[in-house]
Design a protein around this ligand. Sequence first.
Ligand SMILES: Cc1cc2nc3c(=O)[nH]c(=O)nc-3n(C[C@H](O)[C@H](O)[C@H](O)COP(=O)(O)OP(=O)(O)OC[C@H]3O[C@@H](n4cnc5c(N)ncnc54)[C@H](O)[C@@H]3O)c2cc1C
Length: 295
Amino acid sequence: TPSVLTLGISPAILLETVSKRFTSLGGVIMEHTPLKGVVVSETNGAALDLGADVEPVTARLVLDCMGNASPVSRQQRYGMKPDGVCCVVGSCAGGFDKETNLIGDIIYTNTEIQDKGENGKLQYFWEAFPVEIGRNGKEPGTSDVKTTYMFTYLDADEKRPSLETLMEDYWDLLPIYQPSIKDPETDLDVKRVLFAFFPTYRDSPLQPEWSRVLAVGDASGIQSPLSFGGFGALTRHLERISNAIVEALEDDCLHKDDLAEINAYTPNLSAAWMFQKAMSVRVGQNVDPKFVNRL
Ligand SMILES: Cc1cc2nc3c(=O)[nH]c(=O)nc-3n(C[C@H](O)[C@H](O)[C@H](O)COP(=O)(O)OP(=O)(O)OC[C@H]3O[C@@H](n4cnc5c(N)ncnc54)[C@H](O)[C@@H]3O)c2cc1C
């Protein structure tokens, strides 16, 4: 699917475009202003506590778009262990072969299941996306910059290896995945290194527990546990959710039961869960090291 996997989004340009549109419509952006708490009155509205030095912001409806570390979602999911974790490590770097830097991989494996002893077994997957193509007149085949990720699906068992261990494996295994790199330390011009983990919950999208507060994006758990494509999920549902929110505000349907209709069950998330489970090995489980590749 060349027209999908060659399509990269520059976060800087996206954020600039969206913020311009938001402010042109009368929106106000408050940078560096962490939310401390939300107070809800079912009848009157909600107020955002932004700390002692900032006036609270009042609203009829609060959209929680604070990502998967949202303090609101965490409070709601308090004490619940994530059903799955996706760990991802990688980098954006120059130094790759230009001629073959044309198209991305979304899920690629080239190793068997890794046995990490008491830390369990892991199947590593790879992703790669060419960078800087299509902008400033850059034709395919002229950029040596590429983003590569190595990721794996886990349960949330405390014995699981650290992100640091995965990062070490990434540098060791990168030359096998990208043969134009013999030694990452000398061959790569590293622009950015990243490491992250995504907790995912089967009980998603998150149903509102409080009136006047609706989780959207990763905070709502709408993110796919398989592709960790939360941005894709957000944009796919953008029109439906935006229209539903407008209707809820127009008709004053802001009770948590009304808002629950917006974050309704999505069957595709359940299907993605099935695949996610098939791509991981539980701690203590014995499987043929080729199992995931065969699947
Ligand atoms: C390495 C990596 C690769 C990814 N690749 C893809 C991909 O290829 N395709 C895809 O679709 N998705 C991908 N994703 C997932 C995608 O980035 C997320 O799903 C998306 O960013 C979710 O958007 P969001 O607005 O819901 O949350 P976020 O982008 O997480 O934004 C949440 C914001 O809330 C802020 N915040 C948190 N707490 C507070 C607080 N108390 N007060 C004020 N602000 C707060 C945070 O600072 C942050 O700016 C990837 C993620 C990672 C880490």
